[in-house]
Design a protein around this ligand. Structure first.
Ligand code: ADP
Length: 368
């Protein structure tokens, strides 16, 4: 019998043990089934107090024990509780009764990305980018917390008014300090990278590969690797065969595919967000919405100065909100000894990344 391996959990405080509570005390369960997952049904409920809609995952305790899934459920609860991001489904609470464990989540009423792809068949690059970019933001958040999702796929992307919400943390793992996960068959075969198929150690790169597979799926309406037999599918994933792309796919997008689906030296999520394709699509979006980007504050306090710096080659500035990120970088001017006579920045003490546009960042520089 197969026992699921134990997955280390992130160090966030989390109360795994569900509190005893009765479902009917707080929610009215509507007879609307939102979906069914590996461990049970997901239903729509109404909060008794303010009639707000939520989704509730109902997991049968006996089934959970029968298939040795307890660790997976604890895993899901732990990561859901520890993550708060606009592109990750929000955890509300969990509780149990004699028969079931209930996990209450924010309600995402527009179904899954899988359903949308099936309906639309193919997305344009602009449409695909809309979803891709939000999923990449969720992955960036997770990877910065050293959490690897390990089951990024269209079925695990919920839609809420065209906003993306990543769900299903059953396979997630905490990998601090650039650590690697022990070999195991985790996730969904069509989205698995070669190292997982080959039962090798793996890391954050599994999410990058899966995101590449998902981008291909959106642009082509079919998955990149398909086969009737599992062995054939595994072989296709592991063999470096040349990939057939729709001829309309832009050269920047092709380059990104190559980098995300690399067997060795795959790019990381920051590099994905700074890729030429992402920058190009963001610029296109801005000109479409005629968003005039204006310089943000420029101040000088003694020797300290905050200035806007642009990572891309654009000559315009962003007026978006920035997320704080600290950095301590030696100035290239110092290394190159080009600083004689001119006031050049010596050190970048901290920088802030634009939440919506990774092409822009603010840097706080110290001058000498
Ligand atoms: P499992 O982890 O057991 O596989 P999922 O979390 O993938 O279950 O959920 C199964 C299905 O239920 C999803 O594909 C989706 O259709 C639906 N679903 C899950 N969570 C929500 C939610 N918060 N809002 C709306 N539908 C949901």
């Amino acid at each position: 019998m197969y026992q699921y391996p134990f997955y280390p959990l992130p160090p966030q405080p989390s109360t795994i043990a569900p509190q005893k509570k009765l479902l009917k005390d707080k929610y009215e369960v509507l007879q609307i089934e939102l979906g069914s997952g590996t461990y049970g049904k997901v239903k729509l409920v109404l909060d008794h107090v303010d009639k707000k809609k939520f989704a509730i995952k109902i997991i049968s305790k006996s089934y959970m024990k029968q298939i040795f899934a307890t660790q997976h459920i604890l895993n899901e609860l732990n990561y859901l509780q520890g993550c708060k991001h606009k592109n990750i489904v929000e955890y509300i609470e969990h509780f149990e009764d004699r028969d079931n464990i209930y996990i209450v989540l924010e309600y995402c009423g527009q179904g899954t990305l899988e359903e949308l792809i099936k309906k639309k068949q193919k997305f344009t690059e602009e449409e695909a980018f809309h979803y891709f970019y939000q999923i990449a933001q969720a992955i960036l958040y997770l990877h910065e917390k050293d959490i690897v999702h390990r089951d990024i796929k269209a079925d695990n992307i919920l839609l809420q008014n065209s906003n993306v919400k990543v769900c299903d943390f059953n396979w997630s793992i905490f990998l601090p300090n650039g650590g690697k996960a022990k070999p195991c068959s985790c996730g969904t075969t069509q989205y698995m990278p070669p190292e997982v198929i080959k039962k090798e150690k793996h890391d954050k790169g599994v999410d990058i590969w899966a995101l590449g597979i998902l981008l291909y799926y959106m642009l082509h309406g079919e998955l990149l690797f398909r086969a009737k037999q599992k062995e054939e599918l595994n072989e296709k994933i592991c063999n470096k065969q040349s990939i057939k792309f729709n001829e309309k796919v832009s050269k920047e997008c092709l380059q990104l595919f190559q980098q995300m689906l690399a067997h060795q030296r795959r790019i990381n999520i920051q590099q994905v967000l700074n890729s030429d394709w992402v920058i190009k699509m963001l610029k296109g979006k801005q000109s479409q919405n005629s968003l005039e980007l204006t310089p943000i504050k420029c101040k000088s306090i003694g020797q300290e100065s905050t200035r806007v710096s642009i990572v891309s080659d654009s000559s315009r500035f962003s007026n978006y909100k920035f997320t704080a990120k600290s950095l301590y970088t030696e100035s290239p001017f110092k290394q190159n000894n080009l600083n004689q006579g001119v006031q050049h920045p010596m050190i970048v003490r901290s920088s802030a990344l634009d939440q919506n546009n990774p092409a822009f960042r603010v840097e706080k520089r110290y001058f000498y």
